[in-house]
Design a protein around this ligand. Structure first.
Ligand code: NAD
Length: 492
């Protein structure tokens, strides 16, 4: 199957252009070939989006929302199919694949509701016979750049608020996971979104991403990916005076206090650290543990890690799937050497899994380091794989200091039964998301999603906050006094 671009409501013909293979990370199977587009296709998509947006903005928001209800309904109808495609191309286990599709469905219905809100403000004027209000205005054409680890949910977090607010978009998915974008484009076509409102252009970040950022008619770039790429996007976007929303890397920690329910903490850590093979932006890669419960927690984790089944995510009994590709395997493995050289103690894992069928895919053993100190590279850098570091602390204050002592700020968590610990922690942990007695994963779509410091630049996906990315505030003053009244002057 050749995946071609969806531009102006039409599928481009598959020609002699460059294509690249899409591989199943579970077994190396060739799933499809995806078009590696050029600036030319970006220009076509932007021109179509500009034309479409001029009409789209005039469609009443509740009517725009009707398309989202239909998209949500179709996603629900196709949920199992979408989840299967997702697991095949990305590798996460099918249960998580279904969960991710559900996130997209929830976002469709939630943002459809915004079609009847999109609240602005009315406020008194300082002058007589004058009316004042502010409304959200769409910005125009927006460019969406998404990563491979959540190939559908993140795109829905961006595209659904964008269109309900009256924008048109060009979406460039990650090269590793174009099939979900292809499936979504089919849904956009099926619900009859006006041509040009939703466009999907496949290709590399350097070619298609750059062309989108540099295009004068693309006013907003909403990016999710690594901090390294995000910095480049921000730099280029800044030069072109774009509004750039960045959701980037994380180094998330679970704090386990001496009064924690350790069974619950272990469950939370396993789910957050090894779910999606450690490739969630919110994956727990540090466990900050109170010294009084460190060895008990360590033993409990080791015992539970033995029972984690690893393999092809389509097998319902499997708990951990593959990592995305061979480069990811190499990167993860390089951190084992780094950790050992830094003096951390490897308790379990630390190797590629290649027994039997696993040799065909990209599997890494769930890994636990202990005796890690917070300044080590394994405790500072995003590894993006199933690798966890245990860091011992003596107090809540120290735990919070260790949590905050990294360049990222996406999510953090504390396990404690002491209400004072909990309230201090939720105040002092400097991440965009804080969990209490739950792991670092489990965001719900109606709350803002994003992080501080090296994780973001102040914008948020999800929740009403996402609308801020795709709208401008317009303040409107209506003077019905019949005379010229001057604000700040004619105030008597
Ligand atoms: P990545 O940065 O390699 O790629 C992300 C996207 O950017 C892809 O579509 C890629 O093609 C594109 N890209 C690459 N170079 C580009 C350039 N020069 N200009 C424009 N676009 C370019 O990230 P990834 O490996 O796909 O995803 C993993 C990363 O994403 C991790 O760091 C993870 O933490 C992060 N992430 C963050 C969040 C969040 O909400 N904070 C969510 C999911 C993933």
């Amino acid at each position: 199957m050749k995946l071609t671009n969806f531009i102006d409501g039409k599928w481009q013909e598959a020609g002699e252009e460059k294509y690249t293979a899409v591989l199943n990370p579970a077994n190396g199977e060739r799933l499809a070939e995806v078009r590696m587009s050029t600036k030319k296709e970006v220009d076509l998509a932007v021109a179509a989006a500009v034309r479409a947006q001029k009409k789209w903005v005039l469609v009443p928001a509740p009517k725009r929302a009707d398309y989202l209800y239909e998209i949500g309904r179709l996603m629900k109808e196709k949920k199992e199919h979408l989840a299967q495609v997702l697991t095949k191309e990305m590798g996460k286990v099918i249960e998580e694949g279904r969960g991710e599709v559900q996130e997209g469905i929830d976002m469709a219905f939630y943002m459809a509701g915004e079609g009847r809100r999109l609240f602005g403000e009315t406020t008194p004027s300082e002058l007589a016979d004058k009316f004042a209000m502010s409304v959200r205005a769409p910005i125009g054409v927006v460019g969406l750049i998404t990563p491979w680890n959540f190939p559908v949910a993140i795109a829905t977090w961006k595209s659904f608020p964008a269109i309900v607010a009256g924008n048109a978009f060009i979406w460039k998915p990650a090269t590793e996971t174009p099939m979900m974008a292809y499936e979504m484009a089919k849904i956009f076509e099926e619900v009859g979104l006006p041509p040009g409102v939703a466009n999907v252009v496949f290709g590399s970040g350097s070619e298609v991403g750059t062309a989108m950022i540099e295009h004068p008619d693309v006013k907003v770039i909403s990016f999710t990916g690594s901090t390294e790429t995000g910095s480049k996007v921000a730099e280029l976007g800044g030069r072109h005076l774009k509004k750039v929303s960045l959701e980037m890397g994380g180094k998330n920690a679970v704090i386990v206090m001496d009064d924690a329910d350790l069974h619950l903490a272990v469950e939370g850590i396993l789910w957050s650290a090894f779910g999606t093979a450690g490739q969630r932006c919110t994956a727990c890669s540090r466990v900050i543990v109170h010294k009084d419960v460190k060895s008990e927690l360590e033993n409990m984790l080791l015992a539970q890690m033995e029972s984690l089944t690893i393999g092809d995510g389509l097998d319902e009994t499997v708990k951990i799937g593959p990592v995305i590709n061979k480069q990811a395997l190499e990167k993860i493995h390089s951190y084992i050497k780094i950790g050992k050289e830094e003096g951390a103690k490897l308790l379990v894992g630390g190797h590629v899994l290649a027994d039997g069928d696993l040799a065909k895919g990209n599997y890494y053993a769930p890994t636990l380091f202990t005796d890690v100190t917070s300044n080590m590279r394994i405790a500072q850098e995003e590894i993006f794989g199933p690798v966890v570091s245990l860091i011992e602390v003596s107090s809540l204050e120290e735990a919070i200091e260790v949590n905050n002592g990294v360049k990222f700020g996406l999510s953090s968590s504390i396990f404690s039964r002491d209400v004072n610990n909990v309230f201090r922690a939720q105040r002092d942990l400097d991440t965009g998301i804080v969990y209490v007695n739950a792991g670092t994963t489990g965001a719900e779509i109606h709350l803002p999603f994003g992080g501080t410091k090296g994780t973001g630049n102040g914008h948020r996906d999800s929740g009403v906050a996402a609308l801020d990315v795709y709208t401008e505030w317009k303040s409107i003053y209506v003077d019905f006094s019949g005379k010229l009244q001057r604000a700040q002057i004619d105030t008597d």
